[in-house]
Design a binder for this molecule. Sequence first.
Ligand code: SF4
Length: 760
Amino acid sequence: MGLEYNVFQEASGPRVTLVYPDTYELGASNFGLRVVHHLLLETGLYTVRRGFHPAADMHRIMKERDLQWLDLESGDPICESKVVGFGISTEILYTNVLSLLDLMKIELRSKNRDQSDPVILAGGGGLANPVPLMPFVDVFFLGEAEAGLLPLMKILCSDLDRDEKLARAADLPSVLVPSLHTGQSVRWAVAEELNIKDAPVDQIVPMATVAHDRTVVEISRGCTRGCRFCQASQLSRPVRERSPEDIVKLITDSVKSTGWEQAGVLSLSFSDYSRLNRLIRGFDEIEGSMHVRISQPSLRPDTLPGLRGKRFFKGSVTMAPEAGSERMRRIINKPLSHDEIIMAVETAARMGARGIKLYFMVGLPGETDEDVLAIASLADAVAKIMGNKRKVTAAISPFVPKPHTPFQWCRQPDHDELWRRIQLVRTNCRRARVAWNDPRVSAVEYYLCTGGENSPDILEKAYRNGAVFDGWSDLFRWDVWKELIAVEQPAGFALDDPLPWSFIDTGVKREWLIQEYKRSFKEEILPDCREAGCSDCGGCNGVVLPFPDMIVSGDANPLPLGEPPVERVRLRFSKTGLARFTSHLDMVRMWTRALRRSGLPVYYSSGFARRMKLVFSQPIPLGMGSESEYLDFQLTESVELHDVLKSISSVLPSGFRITASKKLSGKYRSPGALSTAAEYIIHGIDNADRLIDYLRNNELVSSFSVFDIDKVRMISDPKDGASRPDKIMEAAGVKWESIVRSNILVADQAGQLVPLLAVT
Ligand code: SF4
């Protein structure tokens, strides 16, 4: 439905539609999409739209009725865009890309497309080996968008003909045009620095709940800890950081622009940020002054004992030992000792963490059953420290050998064997809960991320046989994939084998990866270059950021007491058009964000979780519109009513409009409690006479009248479910187009029913 906030419509120029090939709830949270959206909008050269994969039920209807796939902003057919840019964060989304090409009714394979088709562009972290998708995508931008996407977009959106565009694009760095590629190396783009102007501030605020419902600020990119299974660390060398001042400014500006009550900070290794103390002090100030919560990613266990302050231990703490035994952790180059992990857990327990989530992998190279059993014993040791009242979960993921990592030559054990190892943990874990990812899905991920020349055909076959939404356990088609990848079972690679993805140059040297591969089997570790100096991986010029402070103190200052309220405002507002399909909870969340965006001195409750005290009138059922919704809130400073209205009206999403307001003084009662009757207007009734008969025979409403042939006005008790107009009409067997709550009525001193706003 959209109804989002911070959607800029007035952009002009060629239309570019950015697509995250999964549902809106997942895609709208994708930070990569937010960054590219921002970069393109900042140029002012393009009309930027977004599209997501319709959920399975809608997808089925669209195919049955041959409906167009439309963009979110304007409902225009996405196939009419000049460029459709896919943001692909994981290989598991590949079948969805084909599904959306089909939904656009364009040829799946580039070679069969013509001038009238949009240019299909793809980028994102899920393309470290683009081979499986190469016949289906016209152009790839490989690497970080800030480091070269805009020059490419200029060419793709020009009026050159398709072939000329692709030819010019192929000359650009970090651009792969499969139809013109003859094996030459393509450099994975890495931005030299994290420039504050490239960070999205005016992030789009969904009305619906999304996976990560918060504004996001990236504090650093890259990690040189060198875990040998980690692809992100190899693709994003060296570590680049934003300054604490820039981060605080970005969070502050983004919270003001979005109204989000939570801000998330993005980093591959938060506790490795080199100026953490200064940053944490900045977080404290923002949390104190803006009443928002700043959440941080998981913390390295070995840094926890150095973290002082409750902020790091709010709620459940996540830790990623990755392997159960010290031997395996040396093999993967995450040399955490057992004692370090136990000390971290004891710190978390002492600091009040409500639970711990531990991330492990099974199927790692060199892994024995003893190592797998060590996962169970470590998880149980952690659970013992945390006690029965606090939840400890061991989350098990099957290992997937990833391109461009020291383990890229390794073979993933069969999914049966992976399942056997997961079972080993499950049956030996006595205290901790065990959660796991489906090894069959990981087998498909492994096939796609190491896919060679036959993989595009296999991918297309899988899609045509019904594989789509492979990341959703209830939609995953193992029956389809099983047959296909059995024929093509990847077997790992010898060190001198040509790798399908070797034409992608990440900067990290093949020799360094081979040394690391060999070191792993000797259980040799390689310390972080920020700590032990450069090991010449090739990822940068050898100049790295300093290593972080080891002692970090959080919440130095307890949150200041909020200002007391000085006045109360009552608003009447309408909820019409598509907004009538927003749930009451979505609407309440929307109002807290709108009031935060308004910048008004809204009163917050005191205590640990500071909340606005908002009071609404009785909720209306989903699908019903209203001209008469009420909201009360308080201010800590006196503000002219005119200014209150101006500040709020300018930050409301479409579908919501303030229709009246007043200040309340002295004793007052909440709009929810006060309302004694509600007036409804029902439009487009197919049989008004039958409804009137029904109302006459069943005393469900206090009054009703017909007007304009197919419209009925009825007044009933909003708190009495039986007198809900939609329920009445269902019972009466009449159909209608829409219902609007036109008024909330209360009895005045004379006992007359008057609109709520008329009384206090
Ligand atoms: S080149 Fe050296 S300093 Fe740079 S990331 Fe690689 S190991 Fe670290």
